[in-house]
Design a protein around this ligand. Structure first.
Ligand code: IMP
Length: 422
């Protein structure tokens, strides 16, 4: 009957998976709408840790149906690995996973080109996850991509794959000096995976809208974050999709009128992996302290994340482009060690205040800082606002005031139970 969206407000890794898992208990269907196996969603349930890359984290609830929407670029081999991971850990996904027939596929050749392009781009690296994401979305936009539904018809698969391989083999050989892809090997592998996935492949836009019309609740699960959005992020240091609200509609195909809530997930400090501007980045021991205390290492690549203080301008930008209706503030417990906490309240450039986050030139801004006293008390057992120390409540109030969006949830630890509902 209505849909909610969970979206990242920073550069990804805000702790979306915890809230997707937390909210899934009252949701019938959970759908991913963009990105691919570049995402790393970590969920902690009853002391056990789960890491997902493609699979919506709601798969851990036995009655939730999970959808991989048309806006996702799907790596069939990565999906197969994740299905085996679930099976080996005793999770039955039968009849609970539905894949869009319109998803574009990520093939080994996309990953090869992604990796080759990154290593050839001396000084101009994006710092991608090397999961072939940008190359697959590039093929989608240049209209030579292969879609999941194509695997279900041998003639269509043959025709499209031949064309794709012909184009890509030129790129592999002539630009990067890499071996060509063998058509027959790729065809056989894709036909095999197509047959295996066939019962799960559907028109998911029809499925979602029919179920919404029949009264189901849907949660749209964003990967990455607003700062990595191809249109609203720090281009070119972005991913190749729209994690923001517009992407949730086009990447799932739901009628936008169904979307009633947009929950922005916002870490109490900021992190970023890969290259690109980061105005509040801490290159000193405070940054290292955040990284260690927050265990800020990539779930997909293991790379150490860059860490910095909270940036209200980044959050205001996310509130505007996503139409946030509320916030979930995560990892505030990690700040408990600090005697003083800094907040970026805005930017200036050449001593002139900026009215909003600039579309380019973010690396040239100066930050306007505010310093608040810390609380230096363990808050991980807090379950209601009144359990939090005064200074912690003041910090939260200040973030809310700067963002202009109310806070709905506060996370004080990784578990489902470590959550304050405001
Ligand atoms: P790609 O999405 O692999 O092309 O990488 C493009 C940029 O997005 C790089 O800076 C990556 O580090 C970043 N990125 C992609 N996925 C994630 C994620 O799930 N969390 C954080 N950063 C990500």
């Amino acid at each position: 009957m209505s849909a909610k969206l969970v979206v990242g407000t920073q550069w990804g890794d805000e702790g979306k998976a915890k809230f997707i898992d937390y909210l899934s208990s009252e949701i019938d269907i959970i759908a991913r709408y963009q990105g691919g196996a570049n995402a790393g969603h970590t969920v902690k349930v009853d002391g056990e840790t789960w890491v997902f890359h493609l699979m919506p984290s709601g798969i851990l609830y036995p009655n939730t149906v999970c959808v991989i929407g048309n806006g996702v670029v799907l790596d069939p081999a990565a999906l197969k690995t994740e299905l085996d991971y679930l099976k080996n850990r005793g999770i039955d996904h039968k009849n609970r996973l539905i894949l869009s027939d319109a998803c574009h596929l990520v093939l080994p050749l996309h990953k090869d080109i992604d990796a080759a392009r990154e290593s050839a781009a001396a000084g101009k690296k994006i710092g991608t996850t090397k999961r072939g994401i940008g190359v697959a979305y590039g093929d989608k936009v240049t209209r030579i991509g292969l879609r999941l539904g194509d695997l279900l018809d041998s003639e269509i698969l043959k025709e499209r794959l031949e064309h794709l391989i012909e184009v890509k083999n030129r790129v592999l050989k002539e630009i990067y000096g890499l071996p060509a892809i063998d058509f027959n090997t790729s065809y056989d592998e894709l036909a095999r995976l197509g047959a295996e996935f066939a019962p799960m492949i559907k028109n998911t836009s029809v499925y979602l809208n029919d179920n919404l019309a029949a009264g189901s609740t849907v949660l749209l699960e964003g990967a990455q974050g607003t700062g990595l959005d191809i249109d609203f992020g720090t281009y070119p240091y972005v991913t190749s999709s729209n994690p923001t609200t517009g992407g949730a509609i086009s990447g799932s195909g739901i009628r936008f009128q169904y979307l009633k809530e947009v929950i922005g997930i916002c870490k109490a400090y900021v992190t970023r992996v890969g290259e690109g501007p980061f105005p509040t980045e801490l290159l000193d021991e405070s940054g290292e302290k955040l990284r260690q205390a927050g265990n800020e290492f990539g779930a997909t690549t293991g790379r150490p994340r860059r860490c910095g203080w909270f940036d209200a301008e980044v959050l205001r930008h996310a509130a505007r482009v996503n139409g946030l209706t509320s916030l979930a503030l995560t990892k505030i417990d990690i700040l408990s060690e600090f005697a003083e906490i800094k907040i970026a309240t805005g930017y200036t450039r050449n001593s002139t205040p900026l009215e909003h986050m600039p579309s380019s030139g973010l690396e040239k801004v100066d930050v306007t800082w505010e310093t608040m006293p810390g609380w230096q008390t363990d808050i991980s057992k807090a379950r209601k606002m009144s359990d939090l120390p005064d200074n912690c409540r003041r910090y939260i109030d200040r973030l809310v005031e700067l963002a202009g969006v109310p806070v709905q949830f506060i996370s004080v630890g990784p578990g489902r139970e470590d959550t304050i509902v405001v």
